[in-house]
Design a binder for this molecule. Sequence first.
Ligand SMILES: Nc1ncnc2c1ncn2[C@@H]1O[C@H](COP(=O)(O)OP(=O)(O)OP(=O)(O)O)[C@@H](O)[C@H]1O
Ligand SMILES: [Mg+2]
Length: 259
Amino acid sequence: MTVFALASAKGSPGVSTVAAALAATWPAPVVLADVDPAGGDVLWRNRTVAGGPLDPDRGLLSLGAAVRRGVSETDLAEHLQQTATGADVLVGLTAPEQGGGLGGAWGQLPAVFRQHRTDVLADCGRLVPGTSSMPVLTGADAVVMVTRPDISGVAHLRERLRSLRQPLGLGSPGGTPVGVVVTTSYRDTRSPADLQQLLDADGLHVVVLGIAADDDKGAAVLAGERAGQFRRTLLGRSGLQLAQRLAAGIRTTDAAGGR
Ligand SMILES: Nc1ncnc2c1ncn2[C@@H]1O[C@H](COP(=O)(O)OP(=O)(O)OP(=O)(O)O)[C@@H](O)[C@H]1O
Ligand SMILES: [Mg+2]
């Protein structure tokens, strides 16, 4: 189904947190795929249904080995693990050194994800030139960049968006749609509109989707470090709004005869 790639331009603005929040609030079954070449967090922030640790050997690494045997025979479902929250996850790398072993499999991941029966949210990590997860981004149906609203966060985002448009075509008219999520206080009603204005003035065809509330309690509940109902937290509520907007936005484009 639909593949969403999530990434950041610089720093750690909360990509993995937004990806997990979206997975926890998505309006339909969804897979959270950890494809951050720097090493993933899904393994450390989730537990099995029985409460134990996830298996580090079943995930991106085992999928990469299967992809090398043939994309059409590869079933993503065989490499997923169900977590205590009910989410299906693809566990990522435990160390960046493991990424080299995936080789050409990186480029096949969008096709394997698209073959799956549910939408896939792929956490691609931080985008630096030559990053291994770039093919997931360029092959996705939609890209979501996560940023903080401060000047340096926005400046790096702008530069990265420019470089994604030229020559990759991401965020250009008719190209892969690009959205932006701002990690900020739930009281911050200005940043999304200000950022949208700035990006529009730059001629970047990018939609600011909204905020992921900066919320320690919500982040702790999401990571299983604290008990509570995630959807009732500030982060959970903002995650639900983002999930609905993102899922509906892409479906609208589908209906309009787009991707
Ligand atoms: N919305 C939020 N509210 C509270 N804490 C947050 C939020 N988003 C992220 N954090 C915290 O900030 C830290 C970094 O978040 P996260 O791992 O999601 O960032 P990232 O962009 O994926 O970073 P990296 O590039 O290192 O993978 C974590 O400790 C996380 O709990
Ligand atoms: Mg991350």
